[in-house]
Design a protein around this ligand. Structure first.
Ligand SMILES: *Cc1c(COP(=O)(O)O)cnc(C)c1O
Length: 458
């Protein structure tokens, strides 16, 4: 019998969880105005709100916290991180930042001007925010297959080369400062981009004089998918694949709260000295001096260690295996999810799950509330609330997909927790026909309403 994978670590410290009753949860979610962001984390049994900054650090990372060198300039921890980034990504220049959006803020300050066009694959919301804040425009060039949850495609994060070339032909290259390849593509469900696609997008960018840049938050999970799904890569190590991926881009922004398995941190990696010099000015203004970038020395050390651990095959196999385990369970129960499952989350198709709830009553949010009340599990709505209103007409924008995202923190929960989540969803699935009322908004902010919106049951 072939031995299955098992987590390449064991548990040394535990954080107790409170198992609340359904009555308590009914009360708490009402007090939270049916907005899961308003809950206290102690009111949540299993927290799948995000995989960002919620991972469990290793004993080696905690050792780096103790070894942190808190010198203002030139700290040992900075050089540890610099060495790791040079070794792993083969990028000569890097700037630490306090998280991913800070890296975007600094790099885009150096690159993007009003009226610019930034093509890419389903830009992450902070990325898009930093583009639009500069009065530039993000154009989504993701392949159409990404929007069909039932269709199996191994690389649903891929960029459609036809769509991309159309953008390149339509606008002059001095209006397109960069093209962003998000690996893995968070917005379409943690879906990977193939090496072939990265190579071709890079070649097309070079042909039209556009700089290819990674939004690299989950670069290691992307490399894992290339290894197991793309021909020619099965015998390469994750780090060889990572190096090849980065050889096709000239820069990257990184949220280290994802694949570097730290609770806070980020960075920019660059190939070009003059762009590095330009970005350095903004880094000093917004983040801090070049050798700490808004972080403590200890954070830099933990990040360096986390980058090494996050690019180990055995870790990634267990990590992505756990996401697939939950996805497989739900799929077998007949529950509609985005297939195949991506790297960091399972996305439940709420439109198919709750067809009797009108779309005006927020299907994915309704499902998220049902799941919380059923089992104390907190997911997050990726649907109409998040899509917000049309800024001109103030009408709701109904996105192509209405999803409930269950993001799995790294090295935190066991597969018994996954079984529990599946059972809670199964109970809702069994009574889905009777769920025909959703929610209505009582209070909302003019922009980014999903964080603070208040609702009540219809
Ligand atoms: C999380 C994330 C960001 C933003 O990073 P923060 O660390 O949350 O600021 C950018 N892009 C992607 C793809 C992300 O997942």
């Amino acid at each position: 019998m072939e031995l299955p994978y098992a987590e390449p670590y064991k548990i040394k410290v535990i954080e107790p969880l409170y198992r609340s009753s359904r009555e308590e949860r009914e009360q708490w979610i009402k007090e939270a105005r049916y907005n899961l962001f308003n809950l206290k984390s102690e009111q949540v049994f299993i927290d799948l709100l995000t995989d960002s900054g919620t991972g469990a650090m290793s004993q080696y990372q905690w050792s780096e916290i103790m070894l942190g060198d808190e010198s203002y300039a030139g700290s040992t921890s900075f050089f540890k991180l610099k060495n790791v980034i040079t070794r792993l990504l083969d990028m000569p220049y890097f700037l630490p930042t306090h998280q991913g959006r800070a890296a975007e803020n600094v790099l885009f300050s150096a690159l993007i001007k009003e009226g610019d066009i930034v093509p890419g694959n389903s830009h992450f919301d902070t990325t898009k925010g930093h583009i639009e804040y500069r009065k530039a425009r993000a154009i989504d060039c993701t392949i159409d297959e990404a929007c069909n949850t039932a269709e199996f495609h191994p690389f649903k994060g891929n960029i459609d080369l036809g769509k991309l070339e159309e953008v390149f032909k339509k606008y002059p290259s001095d209006q397109i400062p960069l093209c962003i390849i998000t690996v893995t593509c968070n917005t379409s469900g943690g879906q990977p981009v193939s090496m072939e696609n990265i190579r071709e997008v890079s070649a097309l960018c070079k042909k039209y004089g556009v700089m290819p840049v990674f939004d690299a938050a989950r670069f290691a999970e992307n490399a894992y998918f290339i290894k197991i799904r793309e021909k020619g890569y099965e015998d390469k190590t994750i780090r060889e694949i990572v190096k090849e991926m980065f050889s096709y881009v000239d820069g990257a922004t990184m949220s280290s709260k994802k694949d570097a398995i730290v609770n806070i941190g980020g960075f920019i990696a660059l190939r070009d000295k003059s762009l590095f010099d330009k970005a350095s000015v903004f880094n000093i203004m917004y983040e801090g001096y070049l050798t700490y970038g808004g972080l403590a020395g200890r954070d830099l050390g933990a990040m360096a260690q986390g980058l090494m651990e996050g690019t180990e095959f055995d870790y990634l196999e267990a990590r992505i295996g756990q996401v697939a385990y939950l996805g497989e369970k739900l799929h077998q129960l007949g529950i509609p999810i985005q297939l195949p499952t991506g790297g960091h989350a399972v996305f439940v198709d709420a439109r198919k799950f709750l067809p009797n709830v009108p779309k005006e009553e927020y299907q994915a949010q309704t499902l998220a509330i049902e799941l919380y009340v059923e089992g104390g599990v907190r997911g997050v709505e990726i649907g109409t609330l998040l899509a917000d209103r049309n800024p001109v007409t103030r009408e709701n924008r109904y996105p192509q997909l209405e999803l409930l995202r269950l993001a799995i923190p790294r090295r935190v929960y066991t597969n018994n927790h996954m079984d529990y989540i599946a059972a809670a969803l199964k109970n809702i699935w069994d009574r889905r026909e009777s769920i025909n009322k959703g929610l209505k908004i009582t209070t909302e902010a003019p922009i980014m309403r999903h964080f603070t919106v208040e609702l009540e049951r219809v």
